[in-house]
Design a protein around this ligand. Sequence first.
Ligand code: HEC
Length: 137
Amino acid sequence: MKMTKTKGLTLIAIMAIGVFMVWRATSPRPGAADQIVDVTVPELSAQASHGQKLFAESCAACHGANGGGTDQGPPLIHGIYEPNHHGDQAFLIAAMQGARAHHWQFGNMPPVEGITPRQVQDIVAYVREVQKANGIF
Ligand code: HEC
């Protein structure tokens, strides 16, 4: 069979689409459950272990039991949330006022009802200790 120029180009296009689809299927999509991070929890200070309880009550539904993320929200044990990029103030604002979706595709974070700044401090202590144990600082 003689290969015409059009046939050759069509073949290349089909192959390019194939490569693209394999790349799409294998690359992580922000917002999908495959963002979930395997988290090691270290031995915690008293403040952080209080924060761990508060985190479990108020944050874990979206951010995962140990801050590793769920299909409802991103992992906080993640380079994006290291202290230099998201300082403690960012946690306070997110908890009190919510956060607009900007890093991920989970949608907005609603304000956490009934949480106090004091409680957020303890939660931050917990998140920072876990971050540190997982190489994020
Ligand atoms: C209903 C789900 C939900 C709950 C509950 C929740 N979050 Fe979030 N949170 C999100 C989502 C979704 C984002 C990601 C927004 C984005 O795309 O950047 C987020 C983002 C954040 C951020 C980053 C904010 C920023 O400035 O980028 C912090 C910090 C945070 N959450 C802390 C907390 C803490 C602490 C709690 C518990 C007190 C909590 N979240 C409870 C869904 C939730």
